[in-house]
Design a protein. Structure first.
Length: 192
């Protein structure tokens, strides 16, 4: 009986190890460039801002001008920005729609297709838009901030706390973001 239990435990451990994913293992298709992008390679400079986005979410639309302003302000200071869409397929029509969106919106950033929701599941994304700020560290890639861009998705003029701005400013000063997390508000991610 002990041998059978030990064999069962070893099988469970090996299955868990095989199913574990890391950022290094994830490559997603960029709808703009049409090429596979390894996410680990994009965490450079001061950090990588992943914005989980969908063309079908009205909250994502409300943040367009703020995303453009954030990219304009922080990209020259060493932060990379990538939109990630976990709600579309990796087909030509979806890629065309995403390319058109980037061209028309002026956001001018890579737009990755997370068609199997690999990245979304890795980071347990539940809302759109939701932000993950990754920074390079001695331990590899670290989540420095996650959550909302600010405290008012519906009215830009009523924003009183700019969470993502504050997190990136902290990193520029060599400090840890405070708070490191803020509850994201928006559309529920349709997981499958």
């Amino acid at each position: 009986m002990k041998k059978l239990s030990l064999v069962f435990i070893l099988i469970l451990i090996s299955l868990c190890a095989l199913s574990a994913q890391s950022l290094q293992d994830i490559s997603l298709t960029d709808a703009v460039a049409g090429k596979a992008v390894n996410l680990q390679s994009q965490v450079k400079g001061r950090g990588l801002v992943l914005i989980f986005h969908s063309l079908d979410c009205p909250f994502a639309k409300m943040y367009e001008s703020r995303l453009i302003a954030l990219r304009s302000k922080y990209q020259s200071q060493g932060f990379n920005f990538i939109l990630v869409n976990p709600e579309v397929g990796n087909n030509e029509k979806d890629q065309t729609d995403l390319r058109s969106y980037i061209d028309q919106s002026g956001i001018n950033t890579p737009y990755l297709i997370d068609d199997k929701q690999t990245l979304s599941k890795l980071y347990k994304i539940t809302k759109i838009p939701e932000v993950i700020l990754l920074i390079p560290s001695s331990e590899g890639v670290t989540i420095s901030y996650r959550g909302a861009l600010d405290n008012n998705p519906q009215a830009e003029s009523a924003v009183s706390t700019h969470y993502l701005d504050r997190a990136m400013d902290s990193i520029l000063k060599g400090e840890a973001p405070n708070p490191p997390q803020a509850r994201a508000v928006g559309c529920n991610l349709r997981s499958y």
